[in-house]
Design a binder for this molecule. Structure first.
Ligand code: NAD
Length: 252
């Protein structure tokens, strides 16, 4: 039997015995929707590293760089639609097998795919809102983007004067405690942990499958490139998520 066919068969069989699957999704699940990830070979990140939270707060030139990167990224995110992998996870929920999705993505595509928003934990926030870096006040990202596009350099919060940015978590910024607790609770409550399109190199998201492994929960990884947890997984599939995930879920 060809290797991929065997892997798909084994993944389907493993999932047939699971009732509380938790999926951790990373930027790789959305590349087939036209949003590039940061870590794949040739990505923009290698030429232009993302702005850290500390630099955003302390350096005017870092904020300008942030808005420049965001202009390209937000156009890609706005035009993106869920792909076959997002839709397969929505299907998994309809089949009553999915306990929840923890996503590192801020693109909102799991919501668009039809997963219940109560079951989605956005670890790195969302690019569909703006937030003040000081008081946390949420506001419209479209209005903020319009102010930037109209030439405003440092838009400030009308309430407290803090810097405004998208409501996403930058490198060096803490994931809010309540978000991390919800993600950990899911990892500790599942009976199968599924990784889709994550390099498992970004913490604290990468700690979640380890929590599940400590409970002897089987791990399936679908990712184009190797991850640090491949040796601990029952099944590792190095193929496009949008190609393999629908085949697995349709077999349930
Ligand atoms: P990451 O650590 O999640 O790595 C992405 C992984 O996906 C890579 O290992 C790559 O091999 C794999 N991949 C790419 N296309 C794939 C496909 N079609 N099928 C299966 N696997 C695929 O993410 P990153 O790129 O290092 O980004 C770091 C952080 O930046 C993320 O955690 C996220 O917060 C943010 N980010 C978000 C988005 C988004 O919201 N769509 C996009 C880029 C970056």
């Amino acid at each position: 039997m060809p290797v991929l066919y065997q892997q798909l068969h084994d993944a389907t069989e493993l999932m047939k015995h699971a009732q509380r699957i938790v999926a951790l999704t990373g930027a790789g699940i959305s590349t087939e929707s036209g949003i590039p990830d940061f870590r794949s070979p040739g990505s923009i990140w290698q030429q232009q590293p993302p702005v850290s939270y500390q630099d955003f707060i302390n350096k005017s030139e870092a904020r300008q760089q942030y808005w420049q990167i965001r202009r390209n990224l937000s156009a890609q995110v706005l035009s993106a639609r869920p792909n076959a992998a997002h839709l397969a996870l929505a299907d998994l929920e309809r089949k009553k097998r999915l306990l929840g999705i923890v996503t590192q993505n801020f693109d909102g595509l799991h919501h668009d795919a039809g997963n219940n928003q109560e079951h989605i934990v956005e670890m790195h926030g969302t690019s569909r809102s703006a937030a003040c870096t000081h008081c946390g006040r949420r506001s419209s990202i479209l209005e903020l983007q319009q102010r930037i596009d109209a030439g405003e350099i440092d838009p400030l919060c009308p309430d407290c004067g803090g810097f405004l940015k998208a409501a996403t978590i930058l490198f060096g910024q803490r994931v809010p405690d309540e978000v991390l607790s919800r993600a950990r609770e899911l990892a500790l409550s599942c009976d199968l942990f599924l990784v889709v399109g994550s390099s498992l190199k970004v913490n604290p998201a990468a700690t979640l499958p380890r929590l599940a492994l400590k409970n002897d929960v089987p791990l399936i990884i679908i990712n184009l490139q190797p991850t640090p947890l491949d040796d601990y997984a029952e099944i590792v599939i190095n193929e496009k998520a949008g190609v393999v995930l629908p085949q697995i879920v349709s077999g349930l």
